[in-house]
Design a protein around this ligand. Structure first.
Ligand code: NAD
Ligand code: MG
Length: 390
């Protein structure tokens, strides 16, 4: 039996992971489940899967969790340190599916104990790629990508010589506003941005798909995970979202990964790797699909793709700043303080202001300094929002 933990088990990726665990109960023993505010879900899943420990990120909800787990042997815990302790419990496989940079420290803790980390939390690679990859190397731990595009690249690279790769092409659906007139974008509401044409995902990543921040994060994630140069990483709009990524080789061959709109494919691939295992996802009928379309992204519609290139070239703290400023800009957009198009401007402004920050320029790249950059970027993003809405 594989001992597994699911960090962020109450979210969209977490629930899809649990769905697969539930279908193959003899294969997995659940160590830790972690969530946020959704105590009922967390407790229900912990009981059903007989987890050893359930953790809520919110200290104030510990009593609620204890009450919900009364009469069971499941331990209840709360808070940021408890999340890390849960990730440190010996396990073969840990799903990293917390949203945002809050997933960084628990993910590192899982790698430090040598667990295989199934990485959905792209923000940790964007903010601290070199640190995450080094932690995996020094602890002999493996990271398996769960983001569908990166799982696709991983699959298209299997058995190949990565020195023969010339380009990798990540596809993007184009999000909720793909076909909107450009001049309407600034009036787009959070509700409109939170509807995805093809995928059913958490609210934040769905809005990030409409703004293309999600694809920007994925370009940086691909650079950090696979080590390709920024100019080898391309994005194509592909409205059908069936080709998730392609790897182009020096002999002209391009290997494309085609799969259904169902995260259980990428999650299951990481769960059973290096084997292939039957998964409860649609077997695509390409004759019924008929057509696959691809076109270049328009940088006027998706200006953040340009910023992503700058971050990939710059590296250092720019990934942490980019991600944290994006998280705050997204908070402000959801709260109705700023418009849809302001998000990219705010992140660009924060990157510019922090590029001359002495405390960062002289600092080494450690977990502490990455977290400092993250906090600074959040504070600067709030400043910029205040100045703009004054
Ligand atoms: P979600 O919002 O549905 O779930 C997030 C989970 O994290 C929940 O369990 C929540 O309780 C927990 N959480 C939130 N804030 C937290 C905090 N501060 N501390 C600890 N836990 C916290 O998100 P999701 O869509 O499942 O995405 C999870 C991660 O996977 C993200 O990094 C996202 O980019 C990535 N991802 C998601 C999808 C998808 O289809 N949903 C696809 C690819 C990658
Ligand atoms: Mg993705």
């Amino acid at each position: 039996m594989k001992r597994i933990s699911i960090l962020g088990s109450t979210g969209s990726i977490g629930q899809n992971t649990i769905d697969l665990v539930r279908r193959d109960p003899a294969a997995f023993q659940v160590v830790a489940l972690t969530g946020g505010q959704n105590i009922d879900q967390l407790a229900r899943d912990a009981k059903e899967l007989k987890a050893e420990v359930a953790v809520t990120a919110d200290d104030a909800r510990l009593d609620d969790l204890r009450t919900a787990l009364k009469g069971t042997k499941i331990e209840a815990a709360a808070g940021a340190e408890a999340l890390i302790e849960a990730a440190q419990r010996p396990a073969h496989w840990v799903m990293s599916a917390i949203v945002g940079s809050a997933g960084l420290r628990p993910g590192l803790a899982a790698l430090e104990q040598g667990a295989t980390l199934a990485l959905a939390n792209k923000e940790s690679l964007v903010a601290a790629g070199p640190l995450v990859m080094k932690t995996a190397r020094t602890n002999g731990a493996r990271i398996l990508p769960v983001d569908s595009e990166h799982s696709a690249i991983f699959q298209a690279l299997r058995g190949e010589d990565s020195a023969a790769v010339t380009r990798i092409i990540i596809t993007a659906s184009g999000g909720a506003f793909r076909d909107w007139p450009l001049e309407d974008l600034e009036r787009a509401t959070p509700e409109q941005a939170a509807t995805h044409p093809n995928w059913d995902m958490g609210q934040r990543i769905t809005i990030d798909s409409a703004s293309m921040f999600n694809k920007a994060l994925e370009m940086i994630e691909a650079r950090e995970f696979f080590g390709f140069a920024p100019n080898q990483i391309e994005v194509l709009i592909h409205p059908e979202s069936l080709v998730h990524a392609m790897v182009a080789y020096c002999d002209g061959g391009i290997i494309a990964h085609v799969g259904p709109h169902d995260m259980r494919h990428a999650i299951g691939h990481a769960m059973y790797w290096p084997e292939r295992y039957p998964l409860p996802v649609e077997q695509l009928n390409l004759a019924a699909v008929g057509q696959l379309n691809f076109h270049e992204p328009d940088l006027r519609r998706y200006p953040v793709l340009r910023l992503a290139r700058e971050v990939m070239d710059e590296r250092g703290f720019s990934g942490a700043i980019f991600n944290a400023a994006k998280e705050r800009a997204l908070d402000h957009f959801i709260a109705g303080h700023i418009g849809f198009c302001d998000m990219c401007d705010i992140v660009e402004e924060v990157l510019a202001r922090l590029s001359s920050e002495d405390s960062l320029n002289s600092a080494g790249f450690t977990l502490e300094t990455v977290l400092e950059a993250d906090q600074l970027a959040r504070a600067r993003a709030d400043d910029v929002v205040k100045e703009r809405t004054r």
